[in-house]
Design a binder for this molecule. Structure first.
Ligand code: SF4
Length: 378
């Protein structure tokens, strides 16, 4: 099989944002509608999504569709099926396209998983985060470890081709033993894909206010230890610094975005990239709905990509990939920079056959961040 990253660079994808969540988690800064506290016009929103997709410019059939959020699994199967039909009608899907949904365990039963397969989904990403009920409570999650296991088993039994388990490590109060138990539980479910992210404190969230008020925040050393423990135990292929997969089960949608491929985006606050232009949708629900219901595309802004910014972004994203990234002009600038020389001297950054590679995943973010500040080598 060809290199999935190279293949993804030439592919087309569609992202659909479903903002509704049963309740906002304290660490989350996404464009989310908290169904416990805010008005949640779900059916009206689905109608708007279908209309927005119908207004999109012509395109060839797409290779990957991703329903993200928010929590797309709060929608009824019929609503999800309507969204997929609108995408199929507007663009078409290539044979074997990846059709993926992000879901929370409390929404997934044998029946709902069967409904997802019937609607056309062949990939599911389960926001499990932890198999420790205390950690799940700290993260404000609504499911328990039993529901997490049952949802995974139901998704597999329904015949969803790729099941991903999403984990978060380094929640304050999570012991090393608790994390190892979470990892063992996740690996024991033998899914095709696993993602793991360190808990981060985002500005404006309840977590950031709690940390500012004196609560303990995540400890970077503890998170580094937990990442290493996971990397040692997992047998899936580490194709990206936070993502592991069986060969052939890499996430096609994510690879397209990381490889700077093209993707149209629909829904509240969604960001797209087509033909060298970035688009960004309105982030306020009433404004988004008014726009679409008035027959207008809900695009708040567009940006023609500056070639150097795009080149730096290519390096930033590519450094996170296991096989590294073609060096190019931004890579040359990184190697030439003070930080780049320091990373090379420490053996963290390696240049080989025109490619750049971060040798220790724990330093990926530090190296990648440097690429955003680079100026061209004169
Ligand atoms: S379920 Fe996911 S998207 Fe929704 S609030 Fe929690 S972290 Fe954010």
């Amino acid at each position: 099989m060809s290199d999935p990253v190279v293949r993804a660079a030439g592919e087309r994808a569609v992202y659909v944002h479903v903002p509704f969540c049963h309740r906002r988690c304290p660490y989350c800064d996404f464009a989310v509608v908290d169904m416990e506290r805010e008005s949640s016009p779900v059916e009206r929103y689905v109608d708007a999504l279908v209309d927005e997709i119908g207004m999109a410019e012509d395109w060839a059939p797409v290779h990957a569709v991703n329903l993200g959020g928010g929590t797309p699994s709060v929608l009824a199967t019929e609503q999800l099926a309507r969204i997929l039909e609108a995408i199929s009608e507007r663009f078409g899907l290539v044979a074997g396209a990846e059709v993926s949904i992000e879901a929370n365990p409390e929404d997934i039963t044998s029946q709902s998983a069967g409904g997802l397969v019937a609607a056309g989904f062949n990939r599911i990403s389960l926001g499990i985060q932890s198999f420790d009920s205390g950690v799940l409570r700290s993260l404000g999650r609504l499911h328990d470890p039993r529901q997490a296991r049952e949802a995974t088993i139901a998704a597999k039994a329904a015949g969803i081709e790729t099941v991903n388990i999403d984990l978060i490590f380094g929640t304050p109060g999570e012991s090393t033993e608790s994390w190892l138990e979470t990892v063992r539980n996740a690996l024991g479910l033998e899914t095709e894909h696993l993602s793991a992210y360190a808990l981060t404190v985002e500005r404006g969230t309840a977590l950031s206010r709690a940390v500012a008020g004196g609560d303990p925040g995540p400890d970077p050393d503890d998170q580094a230890d937990k990442y290493e423990a996971l990397a040692e135990l997992i047998e899936l292929d580490p194709y990206e610094v936070s993502n592991w997969a069986r060969p052939g089960a890499e996430c096609r949608y994510n690879l397209t975005t990381w490889a700077q491929g093209e993707y149209d985006a629909f829904g509240l606050g969604a960001h797209g990239h087509r033909g060298g232009v970035r688009t960004r949708n309105f982030r306020r629900l009433d404004v988004y709905l008014d726009q679409v219901e008035g027959g207008r595309r809900p695009v708040q802004g567009t940006e023609q990509l500056d070639p150097w910014e795009r080149e730096k972004e290519r390096l930033f994203l590519g450094l996170r990939l296991r096989n590294g990234v073609r060096a190019g002009a931004a890579g040359a600038a990184l190697l030439d920079s003070v930080a780049g020389q320091r990373f090379q001297a420490a053996g963290i950054l390696k240049a080989e056959a025109g490619r750049l590679l971060v040798t220790n995943p724990l330093f990926t973010d530090a190296v990648a961040r440097e690429s955003l500040a680079l100026t061209p080598v004169s």
